[in-house]
Ligand binder design. Structure first.
Ligand SMILES: *[C@@H]1O[C@H](CO)[C@@H](O)[C@H](O)[C@H]1NC(C)=O
Ligand SMILES: *[C@@H]1O[C@H](CO)[C@@H](O)[C@H](O)[C@H]1NC(C)=O
Ligand SMILES: *[C@@H]1O[C@H](CO)[C@@H](O)[C@H](O)[C@H]1NC(C)=O
Ligand SMILES: *[C@@H]1O[C@H](CO)[C@@H](O)[C@H](O)[C@H]1NC(C)=O
Length: 455
C-alpha cells in the first residue's frame, strides 16, 4: 500500500515559491480525493515547518490536500518518525493508570491516559509524556512530523521510555527500588541496541527523552550517540550529552500561567522588586542560594523566602511572581531550574544567576530581550544586584514584560499540542539536526576507510 500523507497548505506554498510548482501540482491533483487511507486508521499527518517561531505566521494555512509519499524528496520539511513498540510498563504503565497488559504496547486506537496523580515536581520533567502523546495522536493536520508504521521509512526513531518518571517512581533513595529503575534501564537499552534500526545508524537518529538530571543515569552512556531531550548538562559529561546533538527542553512550569495579565500600569502594579521563593539550602551549584539569601534578604523590595512544596506554597509563589517585576533564578542542584519557566509564564522578568545554564530554543529566542543574566560572582557583591535592578527603567522593563507575554506560549506543554508550543518547538529543534545526521549516516554506509577525515 502506498501511504497517503496529508499535506499542509503552507508547504505547497513554499514549494511553489521554490519554483517546483509543476512537480508538486502534477503529483497532487490526481490524489486529491484519495481519502481511503483514513479507514485503515493509518493516517499520516504533515505540517508546514516554520523556520521562524518568533514570527507566528498563520497566513499560510489553506485547505489540506492529499498527496502520496513520493513528494517527500521535494517537500523536505516532513519528518517521518517511528515509535518503538515498547511495553507500556516503560511509559504509561509507570503513571499507574493501567494495571493490565503492562507488557503490551499502548494500542493505536485508544486515547492515551491523561497525566494525573503525580506531584508538580514530577510533572516538571514530563516532556517525555507530552512528546509521546503527540506522536501517538498523529491524527491532526498541523504537525511537523508523520508517524510512520514502517521503520524502513523513518527519518527518526522515538524511544518511548519515561526515564524521568521511572527515576521518580523507583530511583530515589527513599523508595528502596533503585535496582528496579536500573533493571528497566537495562531492558530498554537491550531492546534498543539490538534493533536493526539502531545497528544501521549507530543510534544517531534515535530520540530519547532524559529530562531529569538523574534519569537513565545507569545506562545513558550506552546510548550516547542519540538525540537526548534534556533539562541541562548538569550531571553528565560531554561524551554523553552535548548541545550539538541534544535538545534542551523546558521544565513544565509548576505555577499556573498568568492568563489575563493586562493591568493599566503593569510596572507599578507589581510592587515587589525582586522575588524568590524556593529551597534556599541546595547542593552543588545551589550553594549560591544561601550566600545570596544572606546578602539580599533584608533589602527593601526584595522577597527572599524558603518555599514549601505543597499547594499553599505553590499558590504563594504564583501570587508572588505575579506581583513582582523581577524573579530570581539562581542555580538549583543543577544549572537549570523550573523557576525560570515559572517566572516566564508569570511574566516576571527572570534574573538568571547560573553560569552554566543552557536554555531551550535558543536558536529561535534571544533570551536577553526578556531576561537579565548576571554571573554568580558579580551577584554576590553586596548591594550590587539590587542596584542593577533598580536602575532598569520603566520603559526597559515594559519592553521585557511585553516580550515575555509574547514568548510564554513557547513554554507550554499541552495535549493536543498547539502551533509553536513547547512540543512543537522541540520538534523544530530536532528537525534542524536531521540533515547533519543523515549526512553522517549515509556517508558511513559507503566509506571504506572509517572516518578518514576528522568529521
Ligand atoms: C560515546 O561514548 C564513547 C565512549 O566513551 C565515545 O567514544 C564517543 O565519542 C561518544 N559519542 C559521542 C557522540 O559523544
Ligand atoms: C536581616 O534582618 C533580620 C531581622 O530583621 C536580622 O536578624 C538579620 O541579621 C538581617 N540580616 C542581614 C544580613 O542583615
Ligand atoms: C503547607 O505547608 C505549610 C507549612 O508546613 C502548612 O502550614 C500548610 O497548611 C500546608 N498547606 C497544605 C495545603 O497542605
Ligand atoms: C544605570 O543606567 C544608566 C542608563 O541606562 C547607565 O548609564 C548607568 O551606568 C547605570 N548605573 C548603574 C549603577 O548600573
Amino acid at each position: 500500500m502506498i501511504p497517503k500523507v496529508k499535506i499542509f497548505g503552507g508547504c505547497v506554498v513554499s514549494i511553489i515559491a521554490l519554483g517546483a510548482a509543476a512537480v508538486c501540482v502534477s503529483l497532487m491533483f490526481p490524489l486529491f480525493f484519495a481519502e481511503e487511507s483514513r479507514s485503515k486508521g493509518i493516517l499520516f499527518d504533515f505540517v508546514k515547518w516554520s523556520t521562524s517561531s518568533n514570527v507566528i505566521d498563520n497566513s499560510l494555512q489553506s485547505p489540506d490536500v492529499m498527496v502520496d509519499g513520493g513528494l517527500d524528496s521535494v517537500c523536505e520539511q516532513q519528518l517521518k518518525v517511528y515509535v518503538y513498540e515498547f511495553p507500556r510498563r516503560f511509559n504509561f504503565g509507570i503513571l499507574k493508570h493501567t494495571q493490565v497488559d503492562l507488557d503490551l504496547p499502548w494500542p493505536d486506537d485508544e486515547v492515551p491516559p491523561p497525566w494525573a496523580h503525580r506531584s508538580r515536581v514530577e510533572k516538571s520533567h514530563s516532556v517525555e509524556y507530552w512528546l509521546l502523546v503527540d506522536l501517538l495522536e498523529g491524527r491532526r493536520g498541523d504537525k511537523q512530523f508523520i508517524r510512520v508504521r514502517d521503520p524502513k521509512q523513518a527519518d527518526l526513531f522515538f524511544v518511548p521510555f519515561f526515564s524521568s518518571l521511572c527515576y521518580d517512581t523507583y530511583g530515589g533513595k527513599r523508595t528502596g527500588l533503585v535496582s528496579e529503575d536500573k533493571a528497566i534501564q537495562e531492558e530498554v537499552v537491550k531492546l534498543v541496541v539490538e534493533s536493526p534500526y539502531w545497528k544501521h545508524s549507530g543510534g544517531e537518529d534515535h530520540i530519547i527523552p532524559l529530562h531529569h538530571p538523574n534519569a537513565f543515569s545507569f545506562s545513558r552512556h550506552l546510548l550516547n550517540a542519540s538525540i537526548f531531550i534534556v533539562a541541562d548538562f548538569g550531571r553528565t559529561v560531554p561524551q554523553v550529552s552535548s548541545l550539538k546533538k541534544d535538545v534542551v527542553a523546558p521544565y513544565y512550569h509548576v505555577v499556573p500561567t498568568y492568563e489575563d495579565d493586562n493591568p493599566d500600569d503593569p510596572f507599578n502594579s507589581r510592587e515587589t522588586l525582586l522575588f524568590f521563593q524556593g529551597t534556599i539550602k541546595r547542593k552543588d551549584n545551589g550553594i549560591v542560594r544561601s550566600k545570596l539569601a544572606d546578602i539580599i534578604r533584608n533589602e527593601t523590595g526584595v522577597h527572599f523566602e524558603d518555599g514549601i512544596k505543597n499547594e499553599t506554597g505553590y499558590h504563594q509563589a504564583a501570587e508572588g511572581m505575579r506581583n513582582s517585576k523581577f524573579c530570581l533564578d539562581p542555580a538549583g542542584d543543577t544549572p537549570a531550574s523550573c523557576r525560570l519557566f515559572d517566572a516566564i509564564v508569570s511574566h516576571c522578568v527572570p534574573v538568571v544567576l547560573s553560569d552554566k545554564i543552557e536554555l531551550p530554543f535558543e536558536a529561535d529566542l534571544d533570551y536577553t530581550s526578556f531576561a537579565l543574566f548576571y554571573s554568580v560572582e558579580e551577584s554576590l557583591e553586596p548591594g550590587w544586584l539590587v542596584s542593577q535592578l533598580r536602575n532598569v527603567s520603566q520603559v526597559q522593563w515594559l519592553q521585557m514584560w511585553n516580550r515575555l507575554k509574547g514568548v510564554s506560549h513557547h513554554f507550554e506543554y499541552q495535549f493536543p499540542s498547539k502551533k509553536n508550543d513547547a512540543v512543537s518547538m522541540i520538534w523544530q529543534q530536532i528537525h534542524r539536526k536531521v540533515p547533519d545526521i543523515k549526512l553522517r549516516i549515509h556517508r558511513k554506509e559507503r566509506l571504506k576507510i572509517a572516518d578518514w577525515w576528522n568529521w
